[in-house]
Write a protein of this length. Structure first.
Length: 314
């Protein structure tokens, strides 16, 4: 397998990729008890595939976790799907769960040749990549012309409730702040990155998924069970004090609990849809090439820039 990427001067490293790998490996054995968010994401991605009037011969599931995409995929939609994950244990889990091939690789260093796949999908995995522009560029080069890239990542409002109370508790009790929840990209950033990577027709949108918990400790257990624990390089290396944790959880309950005492956890799911460029794709019109008038489409009177509307007659 490819080892997780080391720090290089070419890009900023935010995440400890080896720790991301270890978190996934630790989570693999019991993932079926914690994969609800991955299954939700997989169903959403597979619904998007159904909206595209095309069947794909060869596809790649990049960051496959326990094989949720393969399990949610409609029959015949992707004839051959190669599953791949940073963790060998996760890849093995996906193979066992689906009967489809699965390999181990690093998303930052894809081992495939040019124009290998008709479609690349990725379900809630690429938000752990340091060199996302480089990864997107490699994905685009691995796609055949007019090949589809369809992916979901966690967005910037994810776990804002938890992030805020942890920060306040650390400042109050420890006198300082360390990153306890990973940073996430937003819609505008991702749209720009797709264009920078050379994709055509990029579309980026987001949805909010809110999960209800009886108490905050269950949320922390779920994050660990999903392999989504903190892997920020600049994280504090000593365990959080019990007093700090208890203060944060009390703030969570005080601010966010409903009348039944349950608290919400917000997950923003950002979906990226883009295509490898191809001459057959629809192209935007050149400026001035439109054959119709906007005023006609709107049923309005057109006033040239050299004229002023009569204030007496509107």
């Amino acid at each position: 397998m490819n080892a997780p990427s080391e720090i290089t001067p070419d890009h900023m490293n935010v995440f400890d990729r080896r720790l991301v790998q270890r978190h996934r490996t630790r989570a693999a054995a019991e993932l079926d008890a914690f994969d609800f968010l991955f299954m939700e994401g997989a169903e959403r991605l597979c619904d998007r595939l159904l909206d595209i009037n095309r069947e794909f011969s060869l596809g790649l599931d990049l960051g496959c976790h326990g094989g949720e995409i393969a399990r949610a995929l409609a029959p015949g939609r992707i004839e051959t799907l190669i599953q791949a994950d940073l963790s060998e244990a996760m890849a093995r889990r996906a193979r066992e769960n689906t009967g489809r091939p699965a390999i181990t690789l690093d998303e930052e260093s894809l081992p495939f040749g040019l124009r290998a796949f008709d479609v690349v999908v990725s379900n809630l995995s690429l938000h752990w990549v340091n060199d996302l522009p480089g990864a997107l560029s490699q994905i685009r080069m691995a796609l055949k012309p007019d090949g589809l890239f369809l992916a979901q990542v966690l967005g910037g409002t994810t776990l804002h409730e938890l992030r805020n109370v942890l920060a306040e508790a650390e400042i109050e009790i420890d006198g300082g702040l360390s990153p306890r929840v990973s940073p996430f990209a937003d819609v505008r950033d991702l749209g720009a990155l797709l264009q920078r990577a050379g994709f055509a027709l990029p579309v980026v949108d987001s949805d909010i998924v809110t999960v209800s918990y009886g108490e905050p400790l269950k949320l922390l257990a779920d994050l660990r069970g999903m392999g989504e624990s903190n892997a920020v390089l600049e994280r504090r290396r000593t365990p959080m004090k019990r007093q700090t944790l208890m203060s944060a959880l009390a703030k969570y309950l005080d601010r966010h609990a409903d009348t039944d005492g349950r608290i919400p956890a917000t997950f923003e799911i950002i979906t990226m849809t883009a295509w490898a460029p191809a001459p057959t794709q629809q192209q935007p019109l050149r400026p001035g090439a439109a054959s119709g008038r906007l005023a006609d489409a709107l049923g309005a009177d057109e006033v040239s820039l050299g004229e002023k509307a009569d204030p007496e007659n509107g």
